[in-house]
Structure formats: structure tokens, C-alpha cells
Design a protein around this ligand. Structure first.
Ligand SMILES: Cc1cc2nc3c(=O)[nH]c(=O)nc-3n(C[C@H](O)[C@H](O)[C@H](O)COP(=O)(O)OP(=O)(O)OC[C@H]3O[C@@H](n4cnc5c(N)ncnc54)[C@H](O)[C@@H]3O)c2cc1C
Length: 412
């Protein structure tokens, strides 16, 4: 069978799914592509959901990645509002909730992840309680924020902080309740957590850490959150306590899982006819060792491109250095590599008053990553050093009088 006689089926019409489909067509594949997604929307990008869609700066149309018209022009059979409930790897078919069955030659799993549920409020959002994973979640929250004087955000991770910044920017009194001892502890070093806390406090956000929630009462006119950090009464409650990868479908089909769906560096799963990409995968990570699952826009896009090309028989591999960003108030943060694993953290810049970039080095002085706050040039220097044969001199890095070009590299 020639490649073009094959049928490629994509489960999950999100960012990775859209990039698989777009790449297949861009690379000249002319066979059948079916993409099945359980949301009622064509594929869209999620980063604006907690930022510019909430604040009104971006429309839904601007977030769409693969509009229905474009899908139709590209002869991509886009099925939305349909959930895949089973994969039969022997017959090579997927079964949908509507009982529709679709046969595949090659399957791509791009189901992403779901918001982690806070047991005390359950999974069903209401007029006063919100999760934020989908466009529908964001639109519900946006409407609620139109009349919101006060908000509590459970979870001081990236999404919780972005929502807090957006709500504060619209004038609401905002309290962030974080269970851990510091903000974004999973992904950045202590110095960056402290920076984030100061940034939010400067803007008037009430940041509380080491919070243990005792009860949440959702009343008609108010939400009351009781915790060891006191009682907070608010108009709106947002839960941002992380995500869980949507691996259940793959697991039930006998595909190997290790936190996410395990893939090799060509995005192949343990089943030779099935590839996976995006939030749902764990992939080999040379820098961190072992398998890593990433939750980022860049990973979803670039892994999907590799998955599509590999399925077409191209000799490509995925080994990108992790990169993600976040926008909070007037600060653009970028997180590169594995800054959470460092032995030494060195700041360049004045974190109190202006741009700053925290370089993170390992035990042997190797460059592990960096976090920049309005300092993209510094980040580019770190990117070159990660995994390279040169190292960065921490003393010169810390001396912001030295030009970047002079301080950046010393021989390894
Ligand atoms: C609010 C928010 C803000 C973010 N901001 C940033 C940011 O600033 N920077 C950054 O780097 N990253 C950010 N991210 C992360 C980034 O958006 C994700 O990593 C990316 O969307 C992952 O893409 P994906 O295709 O793997 O999953 P998704 O985009 O989640 O797509 C998966 C799709 O599959 C569907 N699906 C699941 N199961 C099934 C099934 N059984 N049948 C059919 N369909 C199914 C899902 O409903 C979903 O539509 C943000 C995420 C969120 C939620």
C-alpha cells in the first residue's frame, strides 16, 4: 500500500491534533485524514484562555488553529462534539460515544489533559466556581468576571497566577491560596517563586502559601473558603491545581503508560501503528534523564510535527529543550530547560525593579535552564549553552555591567 492510500485518524482536536493534520498535508500526504474531538469547537490554542480571552483582548476566532473552512479546504474530515471511547488495536478501529466506528492504518493520540478536580467542589463548574481548561470554561469565567468584586484562586501555579493577574487587572480583590510552601514550586527555583509572590503582592494580590483548605461553601450570593489561613468570602472561585493527562483510552487499549503515554523520540507508542503527541505523552528527555511529560504549547506543536513526519517515514526525532511562557501583569516570563533541578541559581538584572534572568546550573556547572522576566535576550544565550560544549560563567552572568556577548561563554 502506498502512503497515500493510508487512513490517518487523530483522536483529540486540540493543538497537537491540529499540528498533526496540518503537517501531514504540508508534507504532501494526500490520503484520508479524520480528526475526532470531543469539544464543540474546531482546534484552538489554550494560552489566551487565562489571559487575553478573559480580559477581552483576543476573540475566540483569533485562538482557532484550524477553522472548519480550512479543514474542509485541506480535506481534513473534522468531527467535533464526538468522544472516542475505545481503541481496538487488533482490528485497528476507534469507537465513538455515538457508536460510530472509524478504521485507521495509523492512529495519532493527542487527547491532551484535563483539569485536576478539587474533591471538595467536584467537577461540575457553576456560576461561582470555575476550572479553566476549555474555551467554554474561559467564556463562563469571563462572563462571571464582568460582575466580580472579589475572587479566590485555589492553586498558585502558572494558570492560577495568570487568572489572578487578569482579574486583579480588572479591579477585583484577589486572594491566591496555594497548598505548597511557594508559588510554581514544581517548575522554578525558590528565587523565582519569591519574585512571583512580590510581583503579585505589589499589584495588590493577597498571596497565601502552605494553605490547607478545610471547607468550601458555595452559596447563592457568595463562596466561603475556610482554611488554616483564615476565611475568605468571594464572588468567584477559580480552581487551578494542575492537570491530569487523558491517558485512560490508551491505557484501556493496552498501550504503555508512564505518567503519560510513553513514546520514543519519533513519537511512536508501544503499538507500532499508534503515535502520540502533546500533553498526553511522556517522552525520552536526554537533559533530565528518563521520560518526561511536558505541559506546554511548544511541546504540543513540535512533538506533533515530528509525529506526523515520522508517520510519513521521515527520519526525524523530537528532542527539543522544554520552553514555556507566561504573561502576568506587565511581565513576560519564559521558562527554558529544567530550571527546577538546579544546584546554583544566579540572577542577572534587578529582580526588584526591572528585567531579570535567573540562570540555573547543575552540580558540575552545566547549564540546566533559566527563567527570564522581561529578559528574552538573556534567555537566548542560555538556550545556546544548554546541552552544548560551552558553559556559562556564573560570576560574569551576575555582573550585569558585563555585556552579554563578553560574559556568555568560557571554554568547557
Ligand atoms: C488556560 C491555559 C493556559 C495556558 N497557557 C500556556 C502558556 O502561556 N504557555 C504555554 O507554553 N502553554 C500554555 N498552556 C498549555 C498548552 O496550551 C497545552 O500544553 C496544549 O494545549 C497541549 O495541547 P494538546 O493538543 O496536547 O492538548 P489539548 O490542547 O488539551 O487538546 C486535546 C483535545 O483532545 C480532546 N479529547 C480528549 N479526550 C478525547 C477523546 N476521548 N475523544 C475525543 N477528543 C478527546 C480534548 O477535549 C481536547 O480538545 C496553557 C493551557 C491552558 C489550559
Amino acid at each position: 500500500m502506498s502512503v497515500d492510500d493510508r487512513c490517518f485518524v487523530i483522536v483529540g482536536a486540540g493543538q497537537a491534533g491540529a499540528w498533526v493534520a496540518r503537517t501531514l498535508r504540508a508534507e504532501g500526504f494526500s490520503g484520508r485524514i479524520v480528526m475526532i474531538g470531543d469539544e464543540d469547537h474546531p482546534p484552538y490554542e489554550r494560552p489566551p484562555l487565562s489571559k487575553s480571552i478573559l480580559s477581552g483582548g483576543t476573540s475566540i476566532a483569533e485562538a482557532v488553529l484550524l477553522a472548519r473552512d480550512q479543514a474542509s479546504l485541506d480535506q481534513i474530515d473534522l468531527v467535533v462534539g464526538e468522544s472516542v471511547v475505545a481503541i481496538d488495536t487488533r482490528r485497528r478501529t476507534v469507537r465513538c460515544a455515538s457508536e460510530r466506528s472509524v478504521a485507521y492504518d495509523t492512529l495519532f493520540l493527542t487527547m491532551g489533559s484535563r483539569a485536576r478536580i478539587l474533591p471538595s467542589v467536584g467537577s461540575t463548574p457553576s456560576e461561582r466556581v470555575h476550572y479553566i481548561r476549555t474555551i467554554d470554561d474561559a467564556l463562563r469565567l469571563k462572563t462571571a468576571m464582568g460582575n466580580c468584586q472579589s475572587m479566590a484562586v485555589v492553586g498558585g501555579g502558572w494558570i492560577g497566577l495568570e487568572v489572578a493577574a487578569t482579574a486583579r487587572g480588572q479591579g477585583a480583590d484577589v486572594t491566591v491560596l496555594e497548598a505548597g510552601p511557594r508559588l510554581c514550586a514544581r517548575s522554578v527555583p525558590q528565587q523565582v517563586s519569591e519574585y512571583l509572590a512580590r510581583l503579585h503582592q505589589r499589584e495588590g494580590v493577597d498571596i497565601r502559601v502552605s494553605v490547607s483548605i478545610e471547607s468550601i461553601e458555595v452559596r447563592d450570593d457568595v463562596v466561603v473558603v475556610n482554611s488554616n489561613a483564615g476565611t475568605v468570602r468571594v464572588d468567584q472561585l477559580v480552581i487551578g491545581i494542575g492537570i491530569v493527562p487523558a491517558t485512560d483510552l490508551a491505557e484501556a487499549a493496552g498501550i504503555k503508560i508512564a505518567d503519560g503515554i510513553m513514546v520514543d523520540d519519533q513519537c511512536r507508542t508501544s503499538d507500532p501503528h499508534i503515535y502520540a503527541a502533546g500533553d498526553v505523552t511522556s517522552h525520552p528527555c536526554a537533559q533530565a534523564g528518563g521520560y518526561r511529560r511536558l505541559e506546554s504549547w511548544a511541546n504540543a506543536q513540535n512533538q506533533a510535527i515530528v509525529a506526523a513526519k515520522a508517520a510519513l517515514g521521515q527520519n526525524v526525532t523530537y528532542g527539543d529543550v522544554p520552553w514555556a511562557w507566561s504573561d502576568q501583569f506587565d511581565v513576560n516570563l519564559q521558562i527554558l530547560g529544567h530550571p527546577e533541578r538546579g544546584a546554583l541559581v544566579v540572577a542577572r538584572g534587578d529582580a526588584q525593579h526591572g528585567p531579570c534572568c535567573w540562570l540555573v546550573l547543575g552540580e558540575a556547572g552545566e547549564t540546566l535552564g533559566a527563567v527570564s522576566a522581561n529578559a528574552p535576550r538573556e534567555l537566548r544565550v542560555v538556550r545556546k549553552a544548554i546541552g552544548g560544549s560551552q558553559t556559562l560563567d556564573p560570576a560574569k552572568w551576575a555582573d550585569s555591567v558585563c555585556a552579554l556577548a563578553d560574559v556568555s561563554m568560557i571554554s568547557a
